[in-house]
Design a protein around this ligand. Structure first.
Ligand code: CA
Length: 229
């Protein structure tokens, strides 16, 4: 689990990094927004601890950008605010922060808040899988592409789920047979090709995100959408 901590006060930042590292989290600290944006571009954390009062771009502005971006909107954020700034707290929660800590806060309190937020976010993460315009709702067993519902067979659904859970990972036909049809299945790898084919067709234009690697197998590539940032 990786956590980014944006906090300009070095002493507090170091204390947070120390406390979180000691309980097993991977933590990176940032004193202002620029290096944070640089880093998050290619390396997304599981949670962000965000101080509101920062030099330059403040925590509220950072939060707004995160929540306006399809790429970052689902990363949980815990804001930290100085005592007596109720207004900031309310704004932060309104803008989609998951929780807040009032300074000065204890490290134990911080860790328990982080754990709680991570627990909650993982629940929602499991219900929905996504790649660009493809959204799979596991609760309702539904798939939408660009907001349009598509009807899949059970095997096509399982296949798509496997791909969505493993974007950019290559699967051989044998691996797909094992995972979707089970070890005992006495079919042949042609079965896989047929199902990948019908799945692609049903996904429409976007179906090409499931690539064939000649002589190897299949992989779903990440669909890059226009970014807000
Ligand atoms: Ca500060």
């Amino acid at each position: 689990m990786k956590i980014y901590c944006v906090e300009d006060e070095e002493e507090i930042r170091n204390l947070i990094i120390y406390a979180l590292t000691s309980v097993g989290y991977e933590v990176e600290g940032f004193s202002e927004s620029a290096p944070f944006w640089d880093r998050i571009k290619d390396n997304q954390p599981d949670l962000i601890l965000l101080d509101i009062m920062l030099p330059g771009e403040d925590g509220i502005a950072i939060l707004k950008k995160l929540k306006a971006s399809e790429k970052y909107e689902n990363i949980p954020v815990i804001m930290s605010t100085a005592k007596g700034t109720e207004y900031d707290k309310v704004i932060g929660l309104d803008l989609g922060a998951d929780d807040y800590l009032t300074k000065p806060f204890g490290m134990m309190e911080m860790i328990s808040r982080i754990k709680a937020v991570l627990r909650r976010s993982h629940k929602t993460e499991k219900v929905q899988l996504k790649n660009g315009p493809i959204i799979m709702n596991l609760d309702r067993h539904q798939v939408e592409v660009n907001g349009e519902k598509i009807i899949l067979t059970l095997k096509e659904f399982d296949l798509l789920k496997l791909f969505l859970n493993n974007i950019e990972i290559v699967f051989t036909r044998d691996q797909l047979l094992d995972q979707i049809w089970g070890m005992d299945y006495v079919g042949e790898s042609r079965t896989v090709d047929v199902h990948v084919g019908t799945l692609r067709t049903k996904l429409g234009e976007i179906g090409s995100c499931i690539e064939t690697l000649r002589g190897v197998g299949y992989r779903m590539v990440k669909i890059v959408e226009e970014e807000n940032i």
